[in-house]
Design a protein around this ligand. Structure first.
Ligand SMILES: [Zn+2]
Length: 120
């Protein structure tokens, strides 16, 4: 297993939350990966926005949001505490429920594709 690396995407403009269209706190690229039903490794990166409004009740996002509130800044730093909170959050967002759903669909299709000849 390689170390999962989380990239913080920094820019002049604050990120826009894709859910509520408000300004987010942080934009990160979070790697995800799993082995699909065919045995191949599926890897990629998700861009995820930490949003104070949408994520406030998410158990793993709340400590990170609190960190930004305490600091009074949206500038991430790379202190041990920050990285620990970031990792805890990223771990939860690395495979969003939507992707999990899609993954199951793909497994289902793959199974069917193997047992039932596809009509062309
Ligand atoms: Zn939001």
């Amino acid at each position: 297993m390689t170390q999962r690396r989380i990239d913080i995407v920094s820019s002049q403009e604050p990120p826009t939350c894709p859910r509520c269209r408000q300004e987010g706190l942080l934009l990160a690229r979070v790697p995800y990966g799993w082995t699909n039903a065919g045995g191949a490794a599926v890897e990629g990166r998700n861009e995820v926005v930490l949003c104070a409004a949408c994520d406030t009740n998410a158990p793993h996002a709340a400590p990170l949001i609190a960190w930004f509130h305490v600091r009074g800044t949206v500038e991430p730093d790379y202190s041990e505490e920050f990285l620990r909170l970031l990792a805890g959050w990223a771990e939860q967002v690395s495979v969003p429920p939507l992707d999990r759903q899609r993954l199951e669909t793909e497994i289902e299709q793959w199974r069917r594709g193997r047992t039932v000849a596809r009509r062309t």
